[in-house]
Design a binder for this molecule. Structure first.
Ligand code: UDP
Length: 325
């Protein structure tokens, strides 16, 4: 079959590989001028910068891990996050180490107030009360250990040569067209389509726009002597009224021990034509809009809808690979 894959993120790339291995004639159509979707990283002043914010690979799934290890090795980076709060800088998720840092044990409600409420309301542009547990429970309220790692999965790491190199290895031998207008596939003929874009675009906005949350990224150089540089760990979250979520030191991921680094800050905003859709707002009224699009999607017999955008799910990287598999 002649198959078009729309999008070269993890979902599109994984499905393109597997469909090609099944003997199909596969071509990828990508609207951006790079592959890898929001995993895309590139070199800036010698630092591998995660252009769409920190991407930390983690999974407990052997199939996903073995699949990606066909294309890259992963280093032994284990993610640790600290947060600036009104009780000082603490490690999160909250656990016994955090209790020791603060000097007393906080109740679940106090933890919500300290770590989650302001951060989440800024990030989602929604009041805490309206946010579903599926989002806020991604980070546990409290863990009963001393482990300062953000994730406890058995496999963790960053592709040793960066994400873009991993994608280039994955796409070796697959035709990828760059800078293709987002609706170009509607004018081309395929026997089958894998679509990883937004459902509302696919159906010409017939039920209106499907809301996504976006981020504006600010990347800036910082010398070693600068107080923000070479953070102890890669990420500091802001659980307070500042306008940005986190400061990321990109040099930490690949242990690039240079005199200066590139820091990244992410400022939450609504998704519109001027930015990329990043987080599906899959709760409340948005979910009702999605349900209407979903019915149309189910009627499309020759189209497979995949990934965070098309299936309107907050997928981690490993989940995007798994879903495509
Ligand atoms: N969260 C929070 N405070 C934090 C970190 C996370 O309130 O310091 C909440 C917030 O609602 C966020 C969700 O937990 O959207 C998931 O966090 P995660 O780190 O998984 O977000 P991602 O890296 O996917 O943006």
């Amino acid at each position: 079959m002649k198959i078009g894959v729309i999008g070269s993120g993890l979902s599109g790339t994984t499905s393109a590989i597997l469909l090609k291995e099944m003997g199909h004639d596969v071509e990828i159509f990508e609207s951006r001028n790079h592959v890898g979707g929001n995993c895309f990283d590139s070199d800036v002043s010698g630092v591998k910068v995660h252009q769409y914010g920190a991407h930390i690979f983690h999974t407990n799934d052997d199939d996903v891990w073995n699949f990606l290890n066909r294309y890259t090795t992963f280093n032994d980076y284990e993610h640790k996050v600290r947060a600036n709060t009104r009780l000082g800088r603490i490690s999160i998720p909250y656990n016994k180490t955090t209790t020791n840092q603060i000097g007393r044990e906080l109740s679940p409600d106090e933890i919500t107030e300290l770590i989650f409420k302001e951060y989440s309301e800024r990030h989602w542009g929604t009041s805490w009360e309206k946010l579903p547990k599926s989002i806020t429970n991604r980070v546990p309220n409290k863990r009963d250990d001393f482990d300062t790692r953000y994730f406890t999965d058995k496999y963790q790491g960053i592709p040793s040569e960066g994400y873009t190199n991993m994608f280039n290895a994955m796409l070796n031998g697959i035709r990828v067209h760059h800078g293709v207008p987002k609706d170009e596939y509607k004018r081309l003929n395929f026997d089958f389509l894998v679509y990883t874009g937004k459902p509302d675009d696919f159906f010409d906005l017939c039920f209106g726009k499907l809301p996504y949350r976006s981020l504006r990224f600010e990347h800036f150089k910082s010398e070693r002597k600068n107080e923000f540089s070479f953070l102890d760990g890669a990420v500091i979250n802001e659980c307070n009224k500042l306008k940005f979520n986190r400061t990321v030191d990109n040099s930490v991921f690949l242990n690039q021990n240079l005199d200066s680094t590139i820091l990244t800050r992410d400022y939450p905003q609504e998704h519109d034509e001027s930015n990329e859709p990043i987080y599906p707002k899959n709760y409340g009224e948005s979910l009702m809009i999605f349900e209407r699009y979903k019915k149309l999607m189910q009627n499309e017999k020759n189209v497979l809808f995949l990934g965070r955008l098309a299936t309107y799910k907050y997928l981690d990287m490993w989940m995007a690979v798994k879903q495509a598999m």
